[in-house]
Design a protein around this ligand. Structure first.
Ligand code: ZN
Length: 142
């Protein structure tokens, strides 16, 4: 059975969803299911549904995960650079701040919607939260 064929098991759609493809589509700001519709209506506000395939985006539960992951990424990239610059060049504090603050702020603002899109794609691929089928949600609560 190819990955595009529907796998209906006991009345539920168990078609395998590629987490890698969905994650990449989300990172690109596209619908994780079709890869063509826009995911975001604003900076990090999602559309209600995909304009191309109709996938309902309202069920995603990215919540605090995108800022958390963004902070982890930006911190792990910029703190070692700042420490290395301090050890190698010992620049004045004002210069360190003048370089680090815009770098950290810019990276954070750039990465936040990308990370959020990727996480929404992974949620869809794993049938999490609002992307789960109704019976799956019911089973999670029992
Ligand atoms: Zn779509």
């Amino acid at each position: 059975m190819s990955s595009d064929e529907a796998a209906i098991v006991f009345g539920r759609d168990r078609t395998k969803r590629s987490w890698l493809r969905a994650g990449w589509r989300g990172l690109a700001g596209k619908c994780p299911e079709c890869g063509r519709g826009a995911l975001f209506a604003g900076y990090t506000r999602t559309h209600g549904a995909c304009a191309v395939c109709g996938l309902n985006f309202a069920g995603h539960r990215a919540d605090d995960a995108p800022p958390y992951a963004t902070i982890m990424i930006v911190g792990h990239l910029t703190i070692p650079l700042a420490l290395a610059a301090k050890q190698l060049f010992d620049p004045p504090l004002a210069l360190q701040f003048a370089i680090s603050a815009p770098l950290i702020l810019g990276m954070t603002l750039w990465l936040l919607p990308i990370v959020k899109g990727g996480l929404i794609g992974l949620q869809w691929a794993n049938r999490m939260h609002g992307f789960a089928e109704p019976r799956d949600e019911a089973e999670n609560w029992t």
